[in-house]
Design a protein around this ligand. Structure first.
Ligand code: KG4
Ligand code: ZN
Length: 345
């Protein structure tokens, strides 16, 4: 039978994104188009995403972005088998823009609606890019989320760890702001850390050695601020050393927390020879973090699956794909599906 075509719309944060994905009868996916319009420039002056600005920018851009994705794929609404959009969690103004647009297209074209959980989009991306089989572990580290999930199947997720305060990307962004580096902070901290000495300062390593896989980053951020205030005025060398210390400490914390989850996975699924840990989210771009993860995984007999960066950060293909996976199981939604600011998987 012909592959199923799904339009995916993502508007839950500061990317306006749309994509067409095909899923064949064997469950293999192909990305026909993937258009992402970043709003970084709109928010840079404020040092972070401003929800009202984001919602208005989605309204202005979404029609064009969808049209571009349809054109690039050579697909008309009538050709679609489903229309998927992020229904949460996220900034609610943006979510409403994307979900309402998806409902209008689904209604007008007479196609099923798929109201996708954004986190499910991240969780299933590795099946699109790497054809991964269930079960596997997911480490999601973005500006809004820091979670370790067991992915058992479509719609079957267990949250094994989460942050009790700041997300990891948020901690990078706040560190950058504190040290006078530009937004978004993660890439700036990574670039600057390359010139610094990580061992000049000993920062606390929150949760290290604690049972389970939860994270905490606000204490680290506070400790960094106290160190910075003690040294101030900061030279370029000081800033580089602080960035290096922060990045090394954050990596150590992630290694420790993920180590617990790997042990737990091994105990739950002793028959899987080389289990996979998938990374997603913008912080997955960080090379020091990746190297630390790879060392931890190698030592415990796991492999790292890292989808290409443009599919690790927010995009429409992950929503289209999650929609296609749900559609294949008949998990479609009614047109009154709500937009949900909070929606744990
Ligand atoms: O997944 P993403 O693009 O958007 C969401 O938050 O949903 O992630 C953005 C986050 C920001 O906090 C950014 O500072 C961080 O990912 N980030 C990085 C790096 N590149 C992006 N953090 C550390 N190192 C990087 N190279
Ligand atoms: Zn995301």
């Amino acid at each position: 039978s012909a592959p199923v075509l799904v339009l995916g719309i993502e508007t839950s944060c500061d990317e306006t994104a749309a994509s067409i994905v095909a899923r064949d009868a064997d469950g293999r996916g192909t990305i026909l188009s993937n258009v992402v319009l970043s709003q970084i420039a709109d928010h840079a002056a404020y040092g972070g995403v401003v929800p009202e600005i984001a919602a208005r920018a989605h309204v202005e851009a979404l029609d064009r972005v969808i049209a571009a994705a349809m054109d690039e794929a050579g697909v008309r609404f009538a050709d679609l088998d489903g229309v998927a959009a992020t229904a949460g969690p996220g900034l609610i103004g943006g979510v409403i823009v994307g979900l309402t647009t998806a409902k209008a297209i689904a209604f007008a074209a007479g196609k099923p609606l798929l109201a996708v959980n954004h986190l499910e989009g991240h969780a299933l991306t590795a099946r699109l890019t790497d054809g991964l089989d269930f079960p596997y572990l997911l480490l999601l580290v973005s500006g809004g989320h820091t979670q370790i999930l067991l992915v058992r199947g479509v719609g079957q997720y267990e949250r094994w760890g989460t942050t009790i305060d700041d997300a990891l990307g948020e901690a990078f962004d706040k560190t950058a702001k504190l040290l006078g580096l530009p937004y978004p902070g993660g890439p700036a901290v990574e670039r600057t850390a390359a010139f610094g000495r990580a061992d000049r300062l000993a920062l606390p390593r929150p949760m290290l050695g604690r049972a389970g896989s939860d994270f905490s980053f606000s204490g680290l951020k506070t400790a960094l601020r106290i160190e910075a205030e003690a040294i101030a005025p900061l030279s370029d060398v000081d800033v580089a050393d602080l960035c290096a210390a922060f990045q090394q400490t954050a990596t150590a914390v992630v290694r420790d927390r993920i180590g617990h989850a790997l042990d737990r996975f091994r105990a739950a699924f002793p028959d899987i020879a080389l289990p996979a840990l998938v990374v997603a989210g913008g912080v997955a771009a960080n090379k020091a973090l990746r190297a630390g993860l790879e060392a931890e995984l190698g030592a415990r007999g796991f492999r790292l699956v890292a989808p290409p960066l443009e599919l690790c950060t927010d995009n429409g293909a992950m929503i289209a794909w999650a929609g296609a996976e749900r559609l294949a199981l008949g998990l479609v939604d009614d047109l009154d599906a709500p937009a949900r600011p909070r929606w744990p998987l």
